[in-house]
Design a protein around this ligand. Structure first.
Ligand code: IPE
Ligand code: IPE
Ligand code: MG
Length: 249
C-alpha cells in the first residue's frame, strides 16, 4: 500500500495539529508559597498566550489537556476550584476567543459536570461554530482509555464491521488531522492517559518549564524542534537528493 504520510523534509514544518499536556501549575504555585489554585489561574494566562501563539504561527488545530479522568482523585477543594475556574473562564473568555477566530470544542465525558458547566460548554461550542482561524479542543474529564471504550461502544451499537478504520471514525477528533506534535510541560516524560489512540505517530516534545511559564518563545522552540524531526511512519530515511549529493562531493 502507498505510504499515507511524508517526512518533514517534504511536509510543512508547521504542525497541523498541536496537543499540549499543560502540566506544572501546582508546583509553580507551591514554589511561590501560593495555593495550588493560584497556579491553575496563572495557567489560564499561559493558555491564552498559547492560543495567540498558534494563531500567529498558523497552526490550525490545538488540543489542550485541562482535566483528566484521573484528576478527580485530587483533594476535593482543588477539584471544586478547578471546576469553578472552568465556569469562570468560559463566562469570561468565550466571546474574546470567538473574536480571535477560535472555534471551541470540548472532548471528554460530560456526565460528571453540573448543568451550569454543561450549558456554558454547549453555548461556547455553538457561539464559536462559525470561526475557522484556530480549532481549539479542550479535553475536560478526558482519558485516552475512555475515548477508546466510547468509540468501541459506538461502533458496536452501529453494527458496522469491527475494523481499525471503523473504530478510528468513532474516536474523539476523528474529523481532524492527528496531532503532529505533542508538547508536555512540567518535566514529566509521560502521557498520563492523553489521546492514546491519536498520537501513534505524533512527535513528542518535553519541556521542563512549568505550565504558567510557557510563552510564545517556548512555543516557537517546540515548533522549531518539530521542524528538525525526521518522520518516517515505519518507512526508511529519505535518500539525499542529487543536489545534496553534489554539495557533499
Ligand atoms: C496541571 O498542573 C493542571 C491539571 C492537572 C488540572 P498540575 O496541577 O498537575 O501541576 P503539578 O504537576 O502538580 O505541578
Ligand atoms: C496530566 O497531568 C493532566 C493534565 C495536565 C490535565 P497530571 O498532573 O494529572 O499527570 P500525572 O498525575 O503527573 O501523571
Ligand atoms: Mg501534574
Amino acid at each position: 500500500m502507498a505510504p499515507k504520510h511524508k517526512t518533514n523534509k517534504t511536509a510543512s514544518a508547521v504542525p497541523r495539529h498541536i496537543a499540549v499536556v499543560m502540566d506544572g501549575n501546582g508546583r509553580w504555585a507551591t514554589k511561590r508559597l501560593l495555593p495550588r489554585g493560584a497556579g491553575h489561574k496563572f495557567g489560564v494566562d499561559a493558555l491564552k498566550r498559547l492560543v495567540r501563539g498558534c494563531i500567529a504561527q498558523h497552526v490550525p488545530v490545538l488540543t489542550v489537556f485541562a482535566f483528566s479522568s484521573e484528576n478527580w482523585s485530587r483533594p476535593a477543594d482543588e477539584v471544586r476550584g478547578l471546576l469553578e475556574l472552568f465556569v469562570q473562564v468560559l463566562q469570561r473568555e468565550t466571546a474574546e476567543l470567538a473574536a480571535q477566530g477560535v472555534r471551541l470544542r470540548f472532548v471528554g465525558c460530560r456526565d460528571a459536570f453540573d448543568a451550569r458547566l454543561i450549558a456554558l460548554i454547549e453555548s461556547a461550542e455553538a457561539d464559536s461554530a462559525a470561526q475557522c482561524r484556530l480549532q481549539l479542543n479542550v479535553a475536560l474529564n478526558y482519558g485516552g482509555r475512555w475515548d477508546i471504550v466510547q468509540a468501541a461502544q459506538a461502533l458496536a451499537a452501529s453494527g458496522e464491521p469491527f475494523t481499525e478504520q471503523a473504530l478510528a471514525r468513532h474516536m474523539c477528533l476523528a474529523d481532524l488531522p492527528p496531532p503532529d506534535l505533542l508538547i508536555r510541560t512540567g518535566g514529566e516524560r509521560r502521557l498520563s492517559n492523553f489521546l492514546l489512540w491519536q498520537i501513534a505517530y505524533t512527535e513528542l516534545y518535553f519541556s521542563d518549564l512549568l505550565w504558567p511559564e510557557f510563552d510564545e518563545k517556548a512555543l516557537a522552540a517546540a515548533i522549531a524542534a518539530f521542524a528538525r524531526r525526521e518522520r518516517r511512519f515505519g518507512g526508511v530515511p529519505q535518500a539525499p537528493s542529487s543536489a545534496d549529493g553534489l554539495r557533499v562531493a
